[in-house]
Design a binder for this molecule. Structure first.
Ligand code: GLA
Length: 441
């Protein structure tokens, strides 16, 4: 807390365009806040403990901010959290009815709330230092503002017939924005959890993830798949989550002891709404239309094997064939990766990560030099099992799986190499897999 201004202070503010656009801004380094070590303690379980320390410290600050802004006492204030995510493997498969394997991470949104009886919602973002306010009886979209994520969720829940209670809230986040770690999905899921708890209804977790996805598709206008909202809602500590994006059946898969997830942020801001993402979706649909002529009933790339693809690919435009090959092969990689993880075979898992990266870069065309630099630097470093780009691509983050005892060295070496090649030091987070969103106090 800044004694002079009374504002909550974080060690790092992202100064990117998301500020102007009114998106939430990443605050501080989860591990850095609590340990004073910018990359966290990579080898022990100190990152997990640091998160808890960070969380309880932040909750106290958010509570005082709440009282200062909205009055009253700390009595009866409720606290909710929702995590960002990293996808370990299974990229651009969710909107093709395929398989994904993300994990919820210890970068999260926190919100302190108090219900209101007049159907109004007011939320102050400590990151953005701005407030969003709307009435539940007439919800409109405001151009380019972070409050739209909350508004969109409210609209969806009301359409589903839930009677919603308004509230006052103060929130903050350590999920970097526009970095491919799903800050928008985390905020949507957070809003859904708050409305659910304060309004006194219980919503099935998968239905809730779907409602948040629809909010993003229809209210925000981004045609994302289900993965991000699903994992933010259904993540489990120490586990990755295998999701069948067609049936929406899922299974938690333990991440072996002694393995660390290291996220390297290129700082290259991804515009998910940009045409490239939607263009990839359209190319996948085009491939399905062409190949389904020989396989009636096939509705998505999920329905084709690589063998079937090889037989039909000459009928597709070259670029469409490449997109399809990525998705079909990626689905197979996810299932093989889960198999390997269950057998504690992290080496095989790592190889599949490298193959996924190559396929995303060469066939799906969503790579960039910064992401390649991370993966190549990781490949040269002892103790690394595998690395790949994570999220939509076009910038954002790379993810590395490494031996716990090597993590500190990996952070240093990859950071050094990235700086040498790209000319600036990347943010690097050593993460733990966490539970999905919910009430914590
Ligand atoms: C974004 C979308 C997800 C998914 C990934 C790519 O994160 O929100 O639904 O499509 O890109 O795997």
């Amino acid at each position: 807390m800044n004694k002079r201004t009374g504002e909550i202070e974080y060690p790092r503010q992202c100064g990117c365009e998301c500020k102007e656009k009114g998106y939430l801004t990443a605050t501080g380094n989860t591990t850095g806040n609590a340990t004073g070590n910018a990359t966290g303690n990579a080898t022990g379980n100190a990152t997990g403990n640091a998160t808890i320390n960070w969380r309880s410290g932040t909750v106290e600050l958010l509570k005082s901010k709440f009282i200062e802004r909205y009055g009253g006492t700390a009595q009866g204030l409720r606290v909710f959290r929702a995590p960002g995510r990293v996808n370990l493997i299974g990229e651009h498969t969710d909107y093709n009815d395929g398989f994904v394997l993300p994990a919820a991470i210890d970068r999260e949104f926190l919100m302190v709330v108090r219900p209101r009886d007049d159907g109004h919602v007011r939320i102050y973002s400590a990151n953005m230092k701005s407030e969003t306010e709307f009435g539940l009886s007439s919800i409109e979209k405001i151009e380019g503002r972070w409050g739209n994520y909350v508004r969109g969720v409210a609209v969806r829940l009301l359409e589903r017939g839930f009677a919603l209670k308004g509230f006052d809230g103060v929130l903050s986040s350590t999920v970097p924005t526009a970095s491919g770690l799903s800050s928008s999905a985390a905020l949507e899921v957070l809003a859904a959890r708050v409305f659910e708890a304060l309004s006194g209804f219980v919503m099935d977790a998968v239905e809730q993830a779907k409602a948040c996805q629809r909010a993003e598709n229809e209210f925000i206008g981004v045609k994302c798949g289900i993965m991000d909202q699903f994992i933010s809602r259904l993540g489990k500590k120490g586990n990755a989550l295998l999701i069948d994006c067609r049936s929406l059946r899922y299974e938690h898969v333990p991440i072996p002891e002694g393995v660390r997830i290291i996220i390297v942020d290129t700082g290259v801001k991804r515009q998910l709404a940009s045409s490239a993402y939607n263009e990839r979706r359209a190319q996948c649909e085009e491939a399905v239309r062409a190949m389904a002529r020989h396989k009636p009933g096939a509705a998505a790339l999920r329905d084709f094997t690589l063998e079937e693809f090889e037989q039909r690919k000459c009928e597709l435009p070259e670029i469409v064939a490449k997109r399809a090959r990525h998705v079909i092969s990626e689905n197979e990689r996810v299932l093989a990766a889960v198999d390997a993880l269950r057998k504690n075979d992290v080496k095989t898992f790592g190889k599949l990560m490298y193959a996924s990266h190559k396929s995303l870069r060469d066939d799906y065309g969503v790579g960039c030099r910064e992401l390649d630099t991370i993966v190549e630097a990781a490949r040269k470093t002892t103790g690394v099992f595998g690395a790949r780009m994570t999220g939509a691509g076009f910038g954002g983050c790379g993810v590395i799986l490494a031996k716990a005892e090597a993590a500190e060295d990996v952070v240093k070496r990859v950071g050094d190499e990235y700086e040498k090649m790209i000319g600036k030091r990347p943010e690097i987070y050593v993460c733990t897999a966490e539970d999905g969103a919910g009430e914590i106090e």
